[in-house]
Design a binder for this molecule. Sequence first.
Ligand code: PEP
Ligand code: MN
Length: 360
Amino acid sequence: MENKKELRTWLDDLKLNHPLVIAGPCSAETEEQVLKIAHELKDTDVSYYRAGIWKPRTRPGNFEGVGALGLKWLQKVKEETGLMTATEVANRAHVELALEHDIDLLWIGARSTVSPFIVQEIADALKGTDKVVLVKNPVNPDLPLWLGAIERLASADIKKLGVIHRGFSTYEKSKYRNNPEWQIAIELQTKFPDLPLINDPSHITGKRDMIFDVSQTALDLNFDGLMIETHVDPDNAWSDAAQQVTPKRLVQIMEDLRIRKETDPEAEYNKELTNLRAQIDVVDNQLIDLMGKRMQVADGIGALKKRKNVAVLQSKRWNEILGKMVLQGEEKGLSEEFILKMFKAIHQESINHQEKVIKG
Ligand code: PEP
Ligand code: MN
């Protein structure tokens, strides 16, 4: 894999802290709230102050943002604290207002990235600006859709372009609000090593006590920055209350994160090793999840066989599966011996599960 840190990007040229930190509330609520949080983030590692002005809510009736008025509060943030400002834009009117109010960084939200029409409208409105533009992944785990949005912005001559990984929604229950599906971000990073990649642990986890862990994984996987929702009174926030952290907690998280050095040759080696190990950890976790799912299906089969009074072991089907897996394994460079051992172990566990159901 190419080492992205050897490439210079617009982000390196801005000479901001590494990792880049974007922090601030989910939503701008009141002028007082916006300024209070900003003053607490002044003189920390935070480079950009975020606040949602127009909020995309899944269901109507929730707080939908204060609108253009909040852009004036962000201008005040810049005047009073020197922090650069960031907000989400979801149509041409938002872009025009954000540019009028000299917002420094504009991001496209996960619900907009899914729509090529909206992305094109935003790209057209942004044409020729020198602002930083970040594209959040679409809500669904679709890499080409994400890449398509990036291409539309690149075609509009946006030079300071980057991406935000905020996880993907699933119907299945998960410990995450939005599953990270790290392999998608890794694939994007491998394809476009000079595209700055920011992680948004707030929307991935949905819970403030999981933010540190996800942030660490992101840094281990070579992410360039973090976007973390921060609020002076998280529990009473008007949106995303469970996932916001206080400015104090944010500073602690930044202190505790292992941030790897970039120049030391020994650190180079460690960095690569940590990166590879983090990828192994991600895949191992997926293996366990998949095995768990497979055994749940086996339990279902056990229940069915019990109802119909059918034997657990169906050797004809099992031999067909094994033959197919050996061939598929060969294509992936896996030995026959390994495939047989692995599937026999899986099969045994599956039988144990079914027997438990049938006897239960
Ligand atoms: C946000 O950043 O507050 C937000 C709405 O994020 P997303 O588009 O990732 O849901
Ligand atoms: Mn939010």
